[in-house]
Design a protein around this ligand. Structure first.
Ligand code: NDP
Ligand code: 2IT
Length: 448
């Protein structure tokens, strides 16, 4: 789909010309500018005052060297990033990703999307993202610790509880947050809520671990209900088997769904009886082993090499929860052919633009990541609140707040789509609703 506004079309061209080697960032910006064309047409002052131009340029990009020593005494040098994208409505907030594929384009697309997502939560958090091309796979505990400490030796200069509050993402879970927080505390000699996703004994929030997956299912449940459908009795396919996928699986099953397939980057498992989540958690969370192990230990389960084959598994609901561009056109076509009626994104930008068009044209209900995976960062913001109060809420209190946030978020995105003549298009609705709060704040400050 093209961008139906001449100025925004030109802006898209300038974004590409300025950083031609950033395809993921271009993809994320194009989707948002396409959605924002009706807003730009209705409110030309946003263009005149430069809001649109500012929005596509990070406030600050920090790029640094991360040297670390392996267990054999060899020195390695990785690259670290923190992109502080937009602080119009609160301190920069967003995860850190450790994965060999990390580069500036990926961190920029994630930081850009985070700005809108965080706005959608209704909580006072700006957008940022960071990470490194370090690969935690196959590293010892001591190597991961030394890497995290070295990463923080530089990052601590730029973050703080009222400035920028990182959290986890791919390859960064409770273990890494522990090492990062410990190093920040040593360097600054202060105990503050500078990171979220912390362990429960040192300031973490109950239900943060579950939040993204649970929130995804709460959002999906609202979307399904509006269409007269539900999880009850539906076959569900979930890609990935990390933090988001695991707790999406747990909540989908609690809501009556039967999760029949999950994956990792090597392959996927099919279990027609429904995933045994305790076994999955044991293999992925405790042993940090490959998903192939699941099929070896569970009678009746099958393992298939290659992760994209998972979309061929017949299902009514698909939840992509692994990584960007993991659901291509071919996968979308298979889902449509097999009678899938809803796709809800748990990962960031998992659906390619062509796949998204095909799903929407076929009338499949589609929940975009910025809205549907906002539960993780929302509970991160609740962790910040609890840290500021030096107080903690119970699991039930946090979970109830998460449910309310995801329900409100669904209705806000749905209403924004309707207001701009795009009823049912949650991609447009989420982009518009997320944008307006940030844009109006930027206008209020006077540029820049
Ligand atoms: P984890 O590291 O816990 O799990 C990632 C999962 O995705 C693993 O199963 C991993 O397989 C798979 N995966 C990662 N990269 C690839 C790849 N290139 N190709 C195929 N599979 C891959 O990460 P999370 O669960 O935290 O994050 C998953 C997604 O959700 C990401 O897009 C993240 O940005 C997004 N997200 C995360 C939030 C959070 O709170 N954690 C909040 C909102 C969004 P393998 O083990 O083989 O690498
Ligand atoms: O993509 C995301 O929203 C996250 N990785 C969570 C960020 C956070 O600050 O909790």
């Amino acid at each position: 789909m093209s961008i139906q506004n001449e100025y925004l079309n030109g802006l898209m061209e300038r974004v590409i010309k300025r950083d031609p080697a950033e395809p993921e960032f271009h993809q994320a910006v194009r989707e948002v500018l396409t959605s924002l064309a009706p807003v730009a047409n209705a409110r030309p002052e946003l263009i005149k005052e430069g809001v649109m131009d500012c929005l596509v340029e990070p406030e600050r990009t920090i790029k640094f060297r991360v040297p670390w020593e392996d267990d054999q005494g060899n020195i390695h040098v990785n690259r670290g990033y923190r992109i502080q994208f937009n602080s119009a409505i609160g301190p920069y907030k967003g995860g850190l990703r450790f994965h060999p594929s990390v580069n500036e384009s990926i961190i920029k697309f994630l930081g850009f999307e985070q700005t809108f997502k965080n706005s959608l939560t209704g909580l006072p958090i700006g957008g940022g993202k960071g990470g490194s091309d370090f690969d935690p796979k196959g590293k010892s505990e001591a190597e991961v610790m030394r890497f995290c400490q070295s990463f923080m030796n530089e990052l601590f200069k730029y973050i703080g509880p009222d400035t920028d509050v990182p959290a986890g993402d791919i390859g960064v879970g409770a273990r890494e947050i522990g090492y990062l927080f410990g190093q920040y505390k040593r360097l600054r000699n202060e105990f503050t809520g500078v990171l979220t996703g912390k362990g429960l004994t040192y300031g973490g929030s109950l239900a943060r671990k579950e939040a993204t997956g649970y929130g995804l299912c709460y959002f999906t449940d609202n979307m399904l209900r509006d269409a007269g459908k539900s999880f009850d009795g539906a076959a569900v396919v979930i890609s990935g088997s990390g933090n988001v996928a695991t707790y999406a699986c747990e909540k989908a099953a609690q809501l009556g769904g039967r999760v029949v397939a999950m994956s990792d980057s090597n392959g996927y498992i099919y279990d027609k009886d429904g995933i045994d989540l305790n076994l999955m958690k044991e293999i992925k969370e405790v042993e940090r082993a490959r998903i192939k192990e699941y099929a070896a230990r569970r009678p009746g389960a099958e393992y298939h090499e290659g992760c994209t084959g998972i979309w061929q598994v017949p299902c009514q609901i698909a939840l992509p929860c692994a990584t960007q561009n993991e659901l291509p056109l071919e996968g979308a076509k298979a889902l449509i052919k097999n009678g899938c009626f809803a796709v809800a994104e748990g990962a960031n930008m998992p659906t390619t633009p062509e796949a998204m068009d095909a799903l929407q044209e076929a009338g499949v209900l589609f929940a975009p990541a910025k809205a549907s995976n906002a539960g993780g960062v929302a509970v991160s913001a609740l962790e910040m609140s609890q840290n500021s109060m030096r107080f903690s809420w119970t699991f039930e209190e946090v979970d109830q707040r998460l449910l309310t946030i995801m329900t409100d978020l669904y209705h806000n995105a749905s209403r924004a789509a309707e207001q701009y003549g795009l009823a049912g298009n949650l991609v447009a609705g989420a982009n518009i609703a997320g944008f307006l709060k940030v844009a109006d704040s930027m206008l209020a400050y006077g540029l820049v």
